[in-house]
Design a protein around this ligand. Structure first.
Ligand SMILES: NC(=O)c1ccc[n+]([C@@H]2O[C@H](COP(=O)([O-])OP(=O)(O)OC[C@H]3O[C@@H](n4cnc5c(N)ncnc54)[C@H](O)[C@@H]3O)[C@@H](O)[C@H]2O)c1
Length: 394
């Protein structure tokens, strides 16, 4: 089992850490905690569990055993049924209250086991409890493995009036380790699994320009391995995508690179479009295969298609390439069109609200070739409209 695991180091000086990918990764939990939380076995820990893994009896038992072996006294456990509504200040407060009640101390870790929502909210609780305690991220969805668990972005959505502002409150808080155990994925719903592939396609669209051409060139093979649910193929794919994310994060941890360089902001490809539609209800995707609200990955998939069309309208890429992006997205079983979208004017308003605007100007990431993307400040409204129109906005 050991041999099929892959370890990727996220180079961040004293805040650097390893990401272990593969079957059995969760068994490393006691080792990681002992090494990274004060050098001894801590008395307590806070385990934040995604209720979704309850359907995976084998993996749940492995998590429980690993968590118990990681503490001397007890593991305070809290289970979360994730949704974007639950990724909230109230849930954060609930976690903090449990940690306080459980008398969790400074070197005692939070162990997040779940999808991106659990990783984000538990990570944020770890970032803020007593001004910061260690967190070990144990992602259990494909999306969380290739993206959310690595890089230290944590946070919650903020309710403002009756709208939900995605990831509006948060902190950078690097984990002390990431354990991506692919055995967890056995129970993941097909639709959730495909949603994770959207972030992989996003990576493929930026990787060549960042010096990781294999992520771009292997995307077809990766999508095929993922489709076949091959454990070895999926482990290799996740490792490749984690390595890319690690490289981007090491180069620009806090997303501060100037837009001419791109840096971590490039990972937002598809997200400015995607975030605008992610929390809307009642969308019908691809003429009724499934209905909204969209999953995060599905919103990103539509966002990638919109970004490609927008880039096409600006002449950054040729027409066939925009179609190629849509084709790859469709080949992963992801949506490329939605109906029931609000008008383009409303959507542009929602985009302006995104926290990635700067000085009130829209800021989008657009592909310039297959594998290369860049930051575009203030794209012409005609091109943005073409992006929205391409995925079906009226
Ligand atoms: N911090 C970051 O850098 C970053 C990056 C990308 C996305 N995100 C965030 O991640 C979130 C999306 O994450 P997600 O796609 O993992 O969704 P999610 O966290 O909602 O999980 C999806 C569903 O799968 C269930 N589940 C989780 N693991 C399971 C398993 N092994 N078996 C069966 N069911 C399981 C969950 O209960 C949930 O119902 C969004 O809120 C997004 O903003 C954060």
């Amino acid at each position: 089992v050991e041999t099929t695991q892959k370890t990727i180091h996220v180079e961040l000086g004293t805040r650097g850490y390893d990401v272990v990918v593969g079957p059995g990764a969760i068994d490393r939990l006691p080792e990681v905690i002992r090494a990274r939380c004060g050098g001894t076995i801590p008395r307590r820990a806070m385990l934040v569990l995604d209720a979704g893994i309850g359907t995976n009896a084998e993996f749940s038992a492995q998590v429980a055993a690993a968590a118990m072996a990681s503490v001397r006294d007890r593991c305070i456990t809290l289970s979360i049924q994730p949704s974007e509504q639950v990724k909230s200040m109230e849930t954060l407060e609930r976690l903090l209250a449990e940690m306080t009640r459980g008398k969790l101390e400074r070197n005692e870790p939070v162990i997040a086991v779940g999808g991106g929502i659990v990783c984000d909210v538990a990570g944020f609780a770890a970032a803020t409890y007593r001004r910061g305690v260690p967190v070990v991220q144990c992602p259990t969805t494909l999306l969380a493995m290739v993206d959310a668990s690595v890089g230290g972005k944590t946070g919650v959505n903020l309710r403002v009036g009756d709208s939900l502002k995605k990831n509006m409150v948060g902190a950078f808080h690097q984990p002390v380790g990431v354990l991506a155990d692919v055995r967890a994925l056995k129970s993941l719903a097909e639709r959730e699994f495909r949603a994770g592939l959207a972030e992989c396609i996003k990576h493929a669209l930026i990787a060549r320009g960042l010096g990781a051409p294999e992520v771009t060139s292997e995307i077809g093979a990766d999508l095929a391995a993922a489709g076949a649910r091959s454990e070895i193929g999926i482990t290799a794919m996740i490792a490749r995508h984690v390595a890319l994310k690690a490289m981007v994060v090491s180069g620009d941890e806090r997303e501060e690179a100037p837009s001419t360089v791109g840096g971590r902001a490039l990972l937002n490809l598809g997200h400015t479009f995607g975030h605008a539609i992610e929390t809307l209800g009642d969308l019908i995707i691809d003429d009724s295969r499934s209905s909204g609200p969209l999953l995060h990955g599905e919103a990103v998939a539509l966002g990638l298609c919109a970004a490609a069309a927008c880039a096409g309208a600006m002449g950054l890429i040729a027409g066939p390439m925009a179609q190629e992006v849509t084709k790859v997205v469709a080949s992963a079983g992801l949506p490329t069109r939605a109906s029931g979208l609000p008008s383009i004017d409303v959507l542009i308003g929602l985009m302006q609200d995104d926290k990635k605007t700067s000085g009130g100007r829209l800021r989008v990431i657009l592909p310039t070739s297959w594998g290369e993307s860049r930051v575009v400040e203030g794209p012409p409204s005609r091109a943005v409209r073409a992006g929205w129109a391409a995925i079906g906005a009226p």
